[in-house]
Design a protein around this ligand. Structure first.
Ligand code: ADP
Length: 441
């Protein structure tokens, strides 16, 4: 209220003088004085308004360029100066923080690229420039897929599954291996983080090569030893019963070592991320018929093997790898199910996902072991595993094959009641025929 009277003091004073003039002279002089004064005041107001408008439109919105005035307009301009000062201070503070952030991200050993919703480059640090061969100055606003041109990268972006990094060889410097991780943030924007894993990959390759080479080297001598041992144990003139027993034991162990070597070779092939899958259409129904026959001959009539094919949907994937994973699950079901038990192989589509499952009525698994089953050489009962010809690598192979197919393993088990190993395949791997689509609707 006080503010109102203070700001209106000029006009109040003018009215007062007008009344005094009216009183001491006449109305014409008083009203002329009032009109002239009012006109002068209006002119002054318009002058200040024009000055303010000119300042607002100018490019120099600094405190020093704010117009000068006395009275009420002076107060308005002073408040404006305060606001501009505060604004420029907070702007300075923000650009300092931004500069510090940019300096920190530039010092990072990883490359960082900020992408907008259409995968155009918004910003990148110097390490990303080095890793991906891009330039912040020249490539800002360009689509990342036009600059990182490997097919795998475009497919990875299109798949929109950023749970795992993509391992990529540099297009020009082939010795450089990168791990590219996409992290969604904000409004459909993404951070692309590149990491040089050349050294790690070298060590991994050495480890893989070592296992692959040693397994390969062991395979031939083992085959020869195994072959001779088998022949010798079948020989009629093998002297004593003890010799015969020793020979059969030796041949059993040689076979076990052969299986171990084969599994190690399979694992090292699957582990190699740069070893691309040979994908094709896989007729799961036909594969399960074959597996059921193989299971029957392995069980030798000791188990009841059932097949439940709820769909004829096909899968895209590597037939050899899938056969190897499914065989491991079926073999395990036979090995860990006592005679007289039942084993069911299923193939169905549930909630839009492909579901392959092997259910047995066997010994079951205690819950604490379930999370560790896919580790190499992890066994719940080592002696049973060995007695039944296990290598301890079967489920590790299954895990790798499923990872390569973006599939998921689920283990449901009850001790002494049985187990169910479910393999869930994502919808994008299913090849739906029109009749099946209608059934699912
Ligand atoms: P192994 O060659 O020892 O069977 P795997 O990797 O195939 O190796 O399996 C790991 C462990 O998981 C096995 O040792 C066994 O204890 C357990 N297992 C796997 N399948 C079954 C099953 N169907 N029923 C009970 N236990 C199982």
């Amino acid at each position: 209220m006080f503010d109102f009277w203070r700001r209106s003091s000029g006009i109040v004073f003018l009215i007062f003088i007008t009344f005094v003039l009216w009183a001491i002279s006449d109305a014409v002089i008083a009203l002329t004085f009032f009109s002239v004064s009012l006109l002068l005041m209006m002119t002054l107001y318009i002058h200040h308004l024009v000055a303010l408008d000119r300042w607002l439109r100018s490019n120099d919105l600094t405190v020093s360029s704010i117009p000068d005035a006395a009275g009420a307009w002076g107060e308005v301009f002073a408040a404006l100066a305060r606001f501009v000062r505060q604004h420029s201070q907070s702007q300075k503070r923000l650009s300092l923080v931004l500069e510090r952030m940019q300096r920190a991200t530039s010092a990072m050993p990883d490359g960082v690229v900020m992408l907008d919703e259409d995968e155009h480059i918004e910003w990148c640090n110097s390490m990303a420039e080095k890793h991906l061969g891009i330039s912040l100055e020249l490539d800002t606003g360009r689509q990342i897929t036009n600059l990182v041109r490997q097919m795998q990268f475009a497919e990875h972006l299109a798949a929109k599954d950023f749970s795992r990094p993509l391992i990529l060889k540099h297009s020009r410097h082939h010795e450089l291996v990168l791990s590219l991780q996409l992290v969604p943030y904000g409004f459909q924007q993404k951070l692309l983080i590149s990491r040089d894993i050349t050294r790690f990959e070298k060590v991994e390759t050495m480890r893989r090569d070592f296992i692959a080479n040693i397994s390969h080297e062991l395979r031939t001598p083992l085959t020869v030893i195994g072959g001779f041992l088998e022949t010798l144990s079948e020989e009629e003139q093998t002297d004593t019963a003890m010799n015969k027993q020793a020979l059969s034991l030796m041949s059993g162990q040689a076979k076990r070592m052969q299986r171990l070597v084969e599994d190690l070779l399979t694992l090292s092939r699957l582990e190699n991320a740069l070893n691309l899958m040979k994908e094709k259409k896989v007729d799961v129904g036909k594969m399960l018929h074959d597996l059921a026959h193989e299971a029957e001959s392995l069980s030798a009539g000791h188990h009841q093997i059932k097949l439940d094919l709820a769909t004829d949907v096909q899968l895209t994937g590597s037939e050899d790898e899938l056969r190897s994973a499914f065989t491991n699950l079926v073999t395990n079901a036979i090995r860990y199910t006592p005679d007289g038990g039942e084993i069911i192989l299923r193939w169905a589509v549930q909630n839009g996902q492909g579901l392959f499952s092997v259910q047995d009525s066997g010994i079951g698994i205690e819950p604490e072991h379930i999370p560790r089953l896919t580790e190499r050489f992890y066994r719940v009962d080592s002696s049973r595993s060995r007695e039944t010809g296990g290598t301890g690598l079967g489920l590790a192979i299954v895990k790798h094959v499923l990872n390569r197919h973006q599939a998921r393993l689920e283990v449901i088990s009850n001790v002494d009641k049985g187990s169910r190993f479910n393999v869930w395949f994502p919808a994008k791997r299913l090849l739906l025929q029109s009749s099946v689509v209608e059934q699912m609707m």
